[in-house]
Design a protein around this ligand. Structure first.
Ligand code: NAD
Length: 481
């Protein structure tokens, strides 16, 4: 099998106050496909983070303050146009950083980056606010109405799995509502964020409205930014444990947070399902992006009469799936650690370790798509988020048991239900303790719908008006009539 080598077209730099620079010690940027160093990234020091936050604060009272919602929406569309004009560069940068297959970056990551700007541009201009005509008992009347104000300076911290998609998912609504932004992408995948800064610069967003700093998370740029007294809100996507650390830091300044965190998503396959569709859907939901999507299915419960048939077909499919590497050596080692332990305690139906290619890819961070079975429910591979191409199968006997199994554990992000019984679909889906349940499909997204998780999977909802609400402050005006 041949593989492509992708290059990043422009060296990664910070963008603060409308200026690109490389202040700070550089650290290497590694291609996960073969472990090559493909560039360097400047590690922001505390002064760079301070300068970014200061620039964002100053920009709140600059020309940006006089932009109407329609002006801001026009600017968002201009940014979307700018990404589209450099589409192939964005795709190449996403592939170079993550190692993901080109088709995925070209079909999902970059188009969704564009769609995020367009969707929030359109939603923000078509938005209305509430008003009440109030009649008080003693005959005093009033008109109450809500006005929405920006929060101020918003910190956006994003993970490495869908770098552009997840960063723009927050940057776009934050800008649409008139905030200024300091963004920090993952240290592992900074390149499309840098290209975005170039597009924003070319679109002539006023200096300081969008700022970008690079660097690590703990005891580094991520922590300094999210705990900064000059930040008015934190929007974060990443691990649940990181969410806890950010919340502790944000607590000092009572900074509001919106969190999209980890998952250990369940799939339920009922015997009345279209099994072929359930197998194909589960292959997609477990192995897309090599399992490195927060919405990926890592546990599948199958009704006993069809368990063996489903397991066999899924294992067969897993051997054929096209896949990319894990994002880093550290993450590969974590996934392989889970697999070693699971292999000793249960059954490996497909995959089960690192592939050997006999070429440069052996220097990369690959793990074969793996199907496990026979592990107890309290096993780490069934309970903990692996975030790799690994799915565990277990049988169930009743609908009640299926719901209980899906709802067990600390996470509550997403679930899939495969059934041919319409009544069952509507009965089961709402009982699942998750933010998003899919029936007979997976990851079919409408950007206007609420998105987020319960339990350890998140705080708050984003998507559509939920994002516009989070990134703005409602204020009531009461006028005596
Ligand atoms: P991570 O939490 O390690 O890192 C995410 C970001 O936070 C990075 O930019 C990192 O530098 C920064 N960071 C790390 N420690 C920090 C700290 N103490 N203070 C401030 N910032 C800090 O997550 P990851 O490994 O990049 O991403 C994978 C995780 O993200 C998985 O758990 C996955 O489920 C989750 N995720 C969730 C969603 C969702 O929508 N719910 C989407 C994608 C990924």
């Amino acid at each position: 099998m041949k593989w492509e080598v992708y290059e990043v077209s422009s060296p990664v730099r910070h963008y603060t106050g409308g200026r690109f620079h490389t202040t700070g010690e550089p650290f290497p940027l590694i291609d996960p496909v073969d472990g090559r160093t493909v560039g360097t990234v400047p590690e922001a020091d505390r002064a760079t983070v301070d300068a970014a936050v200061r620039a964002a604060r100053e920009a709140l009272s600059g020309p940006w303050a006089s932009y109407t919602a329609a002006d801001r929406a026009r600017m968002l569309h201009r940014i979307a146009d700018g990404i589209e004009a450099r589409f192939e560069e964005f795709v190449a940068a996403e592939c170079a950083d993550t190692g993901k297959p080109r088709e995925l970056a070209a079909a999902v990551d970059v188009p969704r980056g564009v769609a995020n700007f367009r969707a929030y541009a359109d939603l923000s201009v078509s938005r209305g606010e509430q008003a009440w005509h109030t009649e008080a008992p003693e005959g005093r009347g009033a008109l109450n109405y809500t006005v929405r104000k920006p929060l101020g300076v918003v910190a956006v911290v994003a993970p490495w799995n869908l770098p552009l998609l997840l960063l723009t998912w927050k940057v776009a609504p934050a800008l649409a509502m008139g905030n200024t932004v300091v963004a920090k992408p993952s240290e592992l995948t900074p390149s499309t964020a840098h290209l975005l800064a170039e597009v924003i610069d070319a679109a002539q967003l006023p200096a300081g409205v969008f700022n970008l700093v690079h660097g690590h998370g703990a005891d580094a740029a991520g922590a300094w930014l999210t705990g900064h007294p000059g930040v008015d809100a934190v929007a974060f996507t990443g691990e649940s444990a990181t969410g806890s650390a950010i919340m502790r830091a944000a607590a000092d300044h009572l900074t509001p947070v919106s969190f999209e965190l980890g998952g250990k998503n369940a799939g339920l396959v009922f015997a009345d399902a279209d099994l072929e569709a359930a197998v194909a859907g589960t292959l997609r939901s477990s192995f897309t992006n090599s399992g490195q999507v927060c919405l990926c299915t890592e546990r599948v419960y199958v009704e006993r009469p069809v368990f063996e048939e489903f397991a066999e077909a899924l294992a067969r499919g897993a051997r054929e799936v096209a896949y990319g590497p894990m994002v880093s050596a550290e993450h590969r080692d974590k996934v392989l650690g889970h697999l070693r332990r699971a292999a000793g305690d249960g059954r490996v139906l497909a995959g089960g370790g690192a592939p050997e290619f006999g070429d440069a890819r052996d220097g990369g961070f690959w793990v074969r798509p793996t199907v496990l079975a026979g592990l107890p429910e309290d096993h780490p591979a069934v309970r903990e988020e692996i975030f790799g191409p690994v799915v565990h199968l277990a049988p169930f006997d009743t609908e009640e048991e299926a719901v209980a199994l899906a709802n067990a554990g600390p996470y509550g992000l997403a679930a899939t239900v495969w059934t041919g019984d319409l009544a069952r679909a509507h009965r089961v889906a709402p009982r699942l303790d998750v933010g998003i349940a899919w029936v007979n499909t997976w990851n079919l997204r409408d950007l206007r719908t609420p998105f987020g998780g319960v339990k350890a999977s998140g705080i708050g909802r984003e998507g559509g008006h939920h994002s516009l609400d989070f990134f703005s402050e409602p204020m009531n005006v009461c006028v005596r009539i």
